[in-house]
Design a protein around this ligand. Structure first.
Ligand code: C2E
Ligand code: CA
Ligand code: CA
Ligand code: CA
Length: 278
């Protein structure tokens, strides 16, 4: 069997083979991580541009691996998606975020909502909306304090994604279209998808200060958002110059390192009290 394994190996691209072995290891490790409490949520401020006040936060998962250190979600979410582990991981994220949102509602009334990323496979899982409802009830959290961030892939790659979204809307949960403007979330979706909020992808924000014409797409996207009476959040704002341009274009909300990096829940109250760039 060993010889056969070796023989098969040569027919694979070495890099690809390594890649899938790495992913298999990651998936197995992730199961352990989930069961032993190695996952954490960090929260990144979403601010009102006019005064840089934090009005909401996005929950972003972090994996503190005992040997590999902190692993970024980009490195394990895709593997979790492929293996289906994203379903229990996603449920854990939802539960933690709602638990924390309920605490913050009592401690720091100022936060409008906590935003949670939902993967395609998770959304298409039958009963996803019902699970969200049960989780909200468990923590006595009003649905308006929760936003789910989805991408086009999540809604349209077959299955019941769209139906689950409509059910979430009926519950009163906010729906955000993540990475808006990229291939993952395009205009056609706005016709059929019950969306409240557009997260304008960082790639359209990155170079808005370079030349006048570079902000054309960012301007078009806020125009679409306003025209449809949606809210827009500009993602990945790293400088005050970008924030200035966004305000001039009519953006009201933004998120990015300029306003705050993702941080552990316990750091948020101090961040809210500290001086902000305005
Ligand atoms: P995303 O949902 O688009 O999240 C935004 C990412 O951009 C985060 O990376 C955040 O830390 C980063 N970011 C925010 N502001 C800035 C900035 O000013 N500059 C730069 N360079 N980056 C900025 P992160 O936390 O590594 O997450 C990466 C992706 O992993 C997320 O992209 C999301 O697609 C996925 N992800 C994270 N947490 C979860 C989760 O709980 N569930 C699911 N399904 N996916 C998640
Ligand atoms: Ca997101
Ligand atoms: Ca995004
Ligand atoms: Ca992204």
């Amino acid at each position: 069997a060993k010889a056969q394994g070796k023989g098969r190996r040569v027919t694979y691209e070495p890099a690809l083979d390594q890649h899938s072995a790495e992913q298999a290891r990651t998936a197995a490790d992730l199961r352990v991580a989930l069961d032993t409490g190695q996952l954490r949520l960090h929260y990144q401020p979403i601010v009102r541009l006019s005064d840089a006040q934090t009005v909401a936060v996005e929950a972003l998962v972090r994996w503190h691996h005992p040997e590999r250190g902190m692993i970024r979600p980009d490195l394990f979410i895709p593997a979790a998606e492929r293996t289906g582990l994203i379903v229990p991981v996603g449920q854990w994220v939802l539960t933690e975020a709602c638990r924390q949102a309920a605490r913050w509602r009592d401690e720091l009334g100022a936060l409008e909502y906590v935003s949670v990323n939902v993967s395609p496979r998770q959304l298409r899982e039958a009963g996803f909306a019902a699970q969200v409802q049960a989780t909200l009830l468990r923590f006595g959290l009003h649905p308006r304090h929760l936003t789910v961030e989805v991408t086009e892939t999540a809604v349209f790659d077959g299955g019941s994604g769209l139906e689950e979204l409509h059910q979430l809307k009926r519950l009163g949960v906010n729906v955000a279209l993540d990475d808006f403007g990229t291939g993952h979330s395009s205009l056609g979706l706005l016709r059929t998808c019950p969306v409240d909020l557009l997260k304008v992808d960082k790639s359209f924000i990155d170079n808005i200060t370079d030349q006048g014409e570079r902000s054309v797409i960012a301007e078009a996207l806020i125009g679409i958002s306003d025209g449809l009476r949606l809210r827009a959040v500009a993602e990945g704002v790293e400088t005050q110059a970008q924030a200035d341009v966004l305000l001039r274009l009519g953006y009201r909300y933004a998120q990015g390192y300029h306003f705050g990096r993702p941080m552990p829940a316990e750091d948020l109250p101090a961040h809210l009290n500290a001086a902000h760039p305005a």
